[in-house]
Design a protein around this ligand. Structure first.
Ligand SMILES: [Zn+2]
Ligand SMILES: [Zn+2]
Length: 122
């Protein structure tokens, strides 16, 4: 093929021209790290063995990480509520009941939202 930057004839399929170092506009070929098949530029899966591409895998991992940290945060808030309720139970029993109730509701919502979403990642 012809480099569009320097018009030199260069080998087919290169992403960077070996003569001028310019980008040829061709996507660097990616290979499946499981089976070694060539991947198409925007595919999320290997069309040969069906495993995720490295990019997709990294994307899934980062989403999983953020879901886990959100879930952890969501569980911490009601726990703080329980601790608060416990500490208020003598001096402010009515307030403690309200905090406890809200924490229970928060905990149940948290569990019902995040547990299924966590399981979907497994
Ligand atoms: Zn060139
Ligand atoms: Zn593969």
């Amino acid at each position: 093929m012809i480099c569009k930057n320097c018009n030199e004839t260069i080998p087919e399929g290169l992403a960077v021209c070996p003569k001028c170092g310019g980008k040829t506009g061709i996507e660097q070929q990616r290979f499946c790290k499981k089976c070694g098949a060539v991947l198409r530029a925007n595919d999320d899966f290997c069309t040969s063995c069906g495993s995720y591409t490295e990019e997709k895998q990294a994307d899934i991992e980062s989403k999983k990480q953020s879901a886990i940290s959100m879930a952890a945060l969501g569980f911490v808030v009601p726990i703080i509520g329980f601790i608060l309720a416990a500490s208020q139970s003598k001096s402010n029993p009515d307030g403690a009941k309200i905090i406890l109730g809200a924490s229970c509701v928060g905990f149940i919502i948290e569990a019902s939202v995040f547990i299924p979403s966590m399981l979907s990642f497994l």
